[in-house]
Design a protein around this ligand. Sequence first.
Ligand SMILES: *Cc1c(COP(=O)(O)O)cnc(C)c1O
Length: 413
Amino acid sequence: MNSNKKFGFTTTILHSDRQNPIEHGSLHKPIHTSVAFGYSDARKLASVFQGKEPGYRYGRQGNPTVSALEDKITKMEDGAQTICFATGMAAIGAVAQALLREGDHVVSSAFLFGNTNSLWQTVNLLGPKVTMVDATDVANVEAALTPQTRLVFVETIANPRTQVADLARIGELCRQRGILYVVDNTMTSPYLFRPKDVGAGLVINALTKSIAGHGIALGGSVTDTGVYDWSVYPNIADSYRRNPPAQWGMAQIRAKALRDFGATLGPEAAHHIAVGSETMALRIERECANALALARMLDADDRVQAVHYPGLPGHPQHALSASLFRAFGGLFSFELKDGIDCFDYLNRLKLAIPASNLGDTRTLVIPVAHTIFYEMGQARRAEMGIAESLIRVSVGIEDPEDIVEDFRQALSA
Ligand SMILES: *Cc1c(COP(=O)(O)O)cnc(C)c1O
């Protein structure tokens, strides 16, 4: 495979490992479990430690199986470099740990994955200040900027209410002001959307979700798209400034976050994620088609109060989503009319499973206010537009008629 030619998304992932020679003609990068890497020349060991030559030092900082996955994700995002972490949260935490200092300011979308919301509260207590805004309108982001704002953080489609950030305009604003733009692409995945196209400097993916798809391994990643000019970022330590500026951010994240906090992705998990990623485009196509069919069926039923899905014409960012994303994603949420208990409804489903994950091949449902958004309390839920009866659906790859019929039959008590 000629690496200079651009192939399609799935072709590129399938043939990624073979870009470099693999022992015995193996088609998959093997699972390398060794923690240490030996060198016959001690000078070479020193030179690898000093960053003068490529090579592995110790399993916490890098591993050949994990590197092969990092290469795949870099290709998916059309980026420059990727670092994998044990989970998606570890990847987001790494950006905060490695790049923020006391006195810094962050502007974040208020519509966030629950644990990211909690993480920003913790960061707020440690020194940097975080302002949460409604990022569906760039004006709110702009109004919150201060001279100390180091980064702007948004998700693409927010989970569970599916608000879509004003992605392109926020990217343009960050570019004008030299601010690092960090986009959590988990909900769209690099198949539906590439944040690099709207000026993101760093892209987060929770690999646990659509990229792996099977729900058998946790993982996260940070990709540097190559768009951001690190020479204007103030918090880079002298030791990382010895590299070319294009590498400053990732050099500091790999050392200060991955090496020092140690949320390393294991080689077995990296292998599981890599295998899952081969079928990602096929799965996502089916999930998006199923989600649209389900959202339309529920939206047309008068026992349903509201359906939140960017693929429906009534969604506030329907046109924006159509212009940005290849399809509208595999996640939606809905509210039943008063008088229909959301727990009773969930218990009548025969296929969809009450469980907390998304991007799985199986359809999963969860009563949001009582589970994943319980800890934050009702006031914060109301601010985030989360009704107490909201049900989140992560749509799987079941046969369309089966999954639509399951949600339909559960409507009749
Ligand atoms: C799941 C998720 C995360 C966290 O990923 P984990 O692998 O569960 O830590 C972060 N952001 C979004 C949008 C997610 O859906």
